[in-house]
Write a protein of this length. Sequence first.
Length: 360
Amino acid sequence: MIFRQLFDPASSTYTYILGCEASREAVIIDAVFEQHSRDAALLRELDLHVKYAIDTHVHADHVTGAWLMKQAFQSPIVLSGEYAVEEVDIQAKHGMKLEFGDYALSVRATPGHTNGCLTFVTQDQTMAFTGDCLMIRGAGRTDFQAGSVHTMWQSIREQIFTLPASCLVYPGHDYMGRTASTVGEETRFNPRIGGDAREEDFAGYMNNLNLPHPRLLDIAVPANMHCGKPSNGEISPPVAWGPVTKTFAGIPEVEPDWVAHHLNDVYVLDVRSTAEFSGDLGHIDGSTLIPLDELRARNGEIDTDKPIVTVCQSGKRSAMASQILSAAGFSQVANIPGGLLQWTRLGLPGLIVELPVMPS
């Protein structure tokens, strides 16, 4: 199975991607709205198609990216039917199975943090995605959103602690940098509900947490009652000047064939050495040469009337150039992936190759 654990530092939220190597079908669990471009880039790079966009519950600390995933991948949104959210395509219930390629997740109802919390368990019971129910050495708060400490006690004890001790626990959040635990560890060491804890011990601990309400509560919950769909129902417009995408590494890119047909509309910045510029690969007609090592000192020479497209031999140095320029305040910048090597492979027009001067 393809597995990725992603992190949103603003809300300490974990997003999970699980994919089938054979079918390339995938699920994404607890996507974050502001991290959509990152997650979508990774899915594209891994050649995965999202079959289900899953939320473990209606979140109170961040806006879900489920609706954006549906727009990008036509993936049905999965959420508990307890919330009666109109935008939900599949109202998940206890015992339901969600298949993706050769794999499946089983749904376990684990209310307590909210009345609609779900835990998703892999078919072989080696991984459990517990949302805000059971956390690493902790448990989700129960003091709002129809939470109930006694309901959570039953959920954890009956639906999670009954899984194999070796089953990995992947929570919805962690605020101390911990990434995973196991059912066995939590059964023994969880200070709230592990060891010899009884229900009254758990209730006493949870009822005295005295936590402030999440900072984004008033924004997140209403938005998540629409699966993160903006109030105007519109997606942020794409980059206006060209078909720019961002990689999982955060590099803005525009494909070489588009650049070849729009050379008059962009400022092509070649960041190779002077020798390479006039070497075997040649250079793009009309491009400007500023070697990468000199770019920070010479970026004032760049024409800012047009979007800047960076290029080098393979697209690696020019990727760094795009980051340097973005950090310097240039807003319209994109790298050509694959550089002039890819340009040549595609047989694109616009290359100027200077022939060597033959001795007379």
